[in-house]
Design a protein around this ligand. Sequence first.
Ligand code: 6GU
Length: 244
Amino acid sequence: MRIDVVTIFPDYLAALDLSLVGKARRTGLLDLRVHDLRDWTTDRHRTVDDTPFGGGAGMVMRPDIWGRALDDVLGGPPAQSRLVVPTPSGEVFTQRHAEALAGEEHLVFACGRYEGIDARVAEHYRAAGVPVSELSIGDYVLNGGEVAALVMIEAVARLVPGMVGNPESLVEESHGAAGLLEYPVYTKPPEWAGLEVPEVLLSGHHGRVERWRRDEAITRTSARRPDMIEALDPATLDKHDLRL
Ligand code: 6GU
């Protein structure tokens, strides 16, 4: 998979040299390149923004600079590339978006700063037939799209086949197919700070362990994410599930 990131703060993306994503880059599984938007400026001050038409606070990123950058980075028609624009006014990014993006050949992240990127940029590439996803990582405001791009790239990269050492660790996880949060997990020592690991987990009784984990997942999801309980498909519930 190929991922390009265009930003005025390339250093923000340095974390992508680390951990699993860094390893995937070194082994060639992931071709990830970070570009400085200012490389496409033409003036002495390397200006990327200007005041908003219609007035208001803050600055807007210029479409002409973004257009030159994205024409270069998206490349010609042969490669099918998707443009991802992190923005607090986008659809909320979920595991479903991560799964869909992981199936793409080429992603280009356009990270805006200030009050955002001139709206004609997304409009222009959509009109040109480039699929465009404007995505938010949640209901709060960041100073720019860089941290959001980091979040999305990590969520996507770990789904690319071969990226995660043990694919089974992708199976049972929060926001997976079960529609429940993950159950609590424990390891050694069996007693710590006066707290014991739940007895059932030491029992060696696989059936009881599975039942306990599902009950814990339901209890936890009900307390923390009642919206996810509402959204559950009743057909996925079994006759022992706690009715809370
Ligand atoms: Cl994608 N960008 C910014 N600037 N703020 C955000 C966001 C994105 N998602 C949530 N808040």
